[in-house]
Design a protein around this ligand. Structure first.
Ligand code: NAD
Length: 355
């Protein structure tokens, strides 16, 4: 049984903890919180051992939240630590994990050099096996890596061009909005997303442009990939629908955007309505002279969660292969569960002229 500590119990940390808890080969060693806020109360209610992070004098006892020790005690109790502190804070914790000789997983808000490898389970699981540290790439980079990996393997990618229409903030981030605007963000081109994808696929040609819009629901990617081959769209849909973390939204569901997607996963009984899969509108998948186009939606709070679980297994070297880990994570967490599968209409061979 792998003992996993989670440092930082916010949007990503609480989801990682709950996902770890579902896995048959893992248990939550504890979660570290800086302040005794509502998320600390939830951690306590769920039975996670609570450890105090930071020395800024927050009084957990006064909030009736007993702690099991300090963040260093939690790291000592853990086989692997997942750092889910805010972007930039993770790097300041790196020495601490190294001092305890505890492998550590960082998040996409950190610079790539925080860890030995930038990680996506579908694209480069093996690169993290046995490493001391890995960075699970950001929600957007995770979404692009999952889509590009099968395209690159099957057809070869000459160049990818993606416009990322990003949510202005998460639902709990009252400091971020709402904005009443459509912002080029960043204004510089390419946006940081393309170089980040290249930390996973060093040889890939990719340009990205970023925008921000007034929604907290999900990101939407407008994708164009120039392939080295010229498959027809139904072949590409077949390929993508065989990927366990890609959901091809069937046209029949009448899902026109992120709002209905999240309503759908809430109705399906997902925890917090989380959408762990990339959601690709099936009818948007179009190929013209080797140029593939599609739209996909990415739930920023959720898609990196199964990747963190796989990264834990990779660092701990307890699982033989990416496929085994991905399958185990998916089964225990419920990735793909409750979603109607896209079915490509049966293809009929062209009738011979003399039929
Ligand atoms: P968050 O602000 O929701 O949660 C961070 C938590 O860490 C909070 O509970 C905060 O109190 C706590 N914290 C702050 N300083 C700490 C410290 N020194 N020690 C321990 N805990 C501390 O942030 P988040 O959205 O969960 O983001 C965490 C990381 O995940 C970032 O690197 C972010 O870029 C990345 N990420 C976020 C999203 C997203 O959409 N929210 C998606 C993918 C990746």
């Amino acid at each position: 049984m792998l003992h996993v500590g989670i440092n930082g119990f916010g949007t990503i940390g609480k989801r990682v903890a709950d996902a770890v808890r579902t896995q048959p080969d893992m248990t939550v060693a504890g979660v570290a919180k800086r302040s005794p806020n509502f998320e600390a109360a939830i951690a306590h209610d769920r039975g996670y051992d609570l450890y105090a992070a930071g020395d800024d004098g927050h009084d957990f006892a006064a909030a009736d939240l007993p702690t099991a020790g300090t963040v260093d005690d939690m790291i000592q109790e853990s086989d692997v630590v997942v750092d889910t502190t805010p972007g930039g804070v993770g790097a300041t914790n790196a020495d601490r994990y190294a001092d305890h000789d505890t492998p550590a997983i960082f998040q996409g808000g950190e610079a790539a050099d925080v860890a030995e490898v930038s990680f996506n389970a579908r694209a480069n699981y093996d690169a993290a096996v046995g490493a001391d540290s890995a960075r699970v790439v950001s929600c957007n980079t995770t979404g692009l890596s999952r889509l590009l990996a099968p395209l690159e393997e099957t057809y070869g990618v000459e160049k990818a061009r993606v416009t990322l229409v990003r949510r202005g903030g998460d639902p709990g981030q009252t400091s971020r909005g709402p904005i009443n605007d459509t912002l080029p963000d960043p204004v510089e081109i390419p946006s940081h997303h393309g170089p980040d994808v290249k930390t996973v696929f060093p040889d890939l040609e990719i340009d990205t442009m970023g925008m921000k819009v007034p929604t907290t629901q999900m990101h939407t990617h407008s994708v164009n990939v120039t392939l080295d081959a010229n498959p027809d769209a139904s072949e590409v849909r077949d390929l993508l629908s065989r990927e366990s973390r890609l959901f091809l939204i069937p046209e029949t569901l009448g899902i026109d955007g992120a709002g209905k997607l999240k309503e759908y996963t809430r109705d399906a009984g997902r925890p917090r309505g989380d959408v762990w899969e990339n959601c690709i509108w099936a009818e948007s998948v179009t190929v013209s002279d080797g140029d593939l186009y599609c739209f996909q939606a990415i739930h920023q709070e959720a898609d990196v969660i199964p990747e963190n679980v796989d990264a834990i297994r990779a660092l701990s070297e307890r699982t033989a292969s990416a496929e085994t880990s991905i399958q185990r994570t998916n089964d225990a967490l419920g990735v793909g569960r409750g979603l109607v599968e896209h079915e490509e209409p049966a293809r009929h061979a062209d009738s011979a002229a003399d039929d």
